[in-house]
Design a protein around this ligand. Structure first.
Ligand SMILES: Nc1ncnc2c1ncn2[C@@H]1O[C@H](COP(=O)(O)OP(=O)(O)OP(=O)(O)O)[C@@H](O)[C@H]1O
Ligand SMILES: [Mg+2]
Length: 236
C-alpha cells in the first residue's frame, strides 16, 4: 500500500430508520498528519471514524486508505493498516486476560510466537500497563481498560491510528502519558476528542463536524479566532 493517507469523498451514511449521520463528508489526511475531529455529542464523530476501517461502509461516496478503497473485499488489508480504538473499551476487550487480548491481533496476523511476545510487552509498556498483563479485562477500572484497549491496537503496529475520545476516563498522569505516546507515533493519527489539551499539544489540524457535515478544516488556532465555532462547540 502506497502512502498511508485517509481520503473521504462525498460520504453519506444514515443509520437504519435514522436521519443522516454523515452528509457529504470529504477530506484528505496525509501521511504523518495528526488531526483532531471535534463536534458536539451526536455530531457524527464516531460514525465517521467507524468508516475509516470499514466497520461501517459508505452508503454513497467512497473512503480510501492509501490506494485501497475500503470495501468488503479489502477489509483485511485496511484493518492491518488502520488501528481503531473504540469509544467504549468494553467493545475492544473480550479475552480472559489482558495479555491474551493484546496478543490477539498479532496472533491473528499469523506472526511467530516470539514476535507476538515482543509486541505484547512493547504495547503494554507503551501504555504503562505491564502490571495488568495477567488480570481479567472485565475486572479493571475504566482508565485501566482504556489503556489496555489502546495496547490491543498498538500491538498490531498500524500505520494509521484512529482513536475515539481516548482520554475520557484517564487520570491526569495517564492523560499526559497518552498525549506523549501519541506525539511520538510517527504515522498518521485521527482522534475524536473533547480534550483541548490534547488538541493543542498533539494536533496540527482540526476537522469540525456538525450534523454530519464537515464545517471547518483548519489549524487549531481557529478555535481562538472563530467565536461562532467556540459557541457551537460549547467551549468557554
Ligand atoms: N447505532 C445507531 N443507530 C441509530 N442511530 C445512531 C446509532 N449510532 C449513532 N446514531 C445517531 O447518529 C448520529 C451521530 O452519532 P455519533 O455516535 O456518530 O455521534 P458522536 O459525534 O460520536 O457523539 P458523541 O460525542 O456523543 O460520541 C446521532 O444522531 C446518533 O443519535
Ligand atoms: Mg462518539
Amino acid at each position: 500500500m502506497s502512502h498511508h493517507y485517509i481520503q473521504f469523498k462525498d460520504v453519506d451514511y444514515s443509520y437504519p430508520g435514522g436521519k443522516k449521520a454523515l452528509d457529504g463528508v470529504s477530506f484528505r489526511i496525509n501521511h504523518g498528519e495528526k488531526v483532531a475531529l471535534l463536534g458536539v455529542n451526536g455530531a457524527g464523530k464516531s460514525t465517521l471514524l467507524l468508516h475509516t476501517n470499514g466497520l461501517l461502509l459508505p452508503q454513497s461516496g467512497e473512503v480510501n486508505i492509501g490506494d485501497v478503497p475500503v470495501g468488503k473485499k479489502t477489509l483485511p488489508i485496511v484493518r492491518q493498516n488502520v488501528g481503531m480504538v473504540f469509544q467504549n473499551p468494553d467493545d475492544q476487550l473480550f479475552m480472559s486476560t489482558v495479555e491474551e487480548d493484546v496478543a490477539f491481533g498479532p496472533a491473528n496476523m499469523g506472526l511467530p510466537e516470539e514476535e507476538i511476545r515482543r509486541r505484547v510487552s512493547s504495547a503494554l509498556h507503551a501504555v504503562g500497563a505491564e502490571d495488568l498483563a495477567n488480570r481479567s479485562p472485565w475486572q479493571l477500572s475504566g482508565g485501566q481498560k482504556r489503556r489496555v484497549a489502546i495496547a490491543t491496537v498498538l500491538s498490531m503496529e498500524p500505520n494509521i491510528l484512529v482513536l475515539d475520545e481516548p482520554t475520557s476516563n484517564l487520570d491526569w498522569s495517564a492523560r499526559r502519558q497518552l498525549i506523549g505516546l501519541l506525539k511520538g507515533f510517527d504515522h498518521t493519527i485521527l482522534v475524536a476528542t473533547h480534550d483541548l489539551a490534547m488538541v493543542n499539544e498533539l494536533c496540527g489540524r482540526i476537522l469540525v463536524i456538525d450534523h454530519g457535515r464537515i464545517i471547518a478544516d483548519s489549524d487549531p488556532g481557529i478555535l481562538e479566532r472563530d467565536e461562532r465555532l467556540r459557541v457551537m462547540l460549547g467551549i468557554e
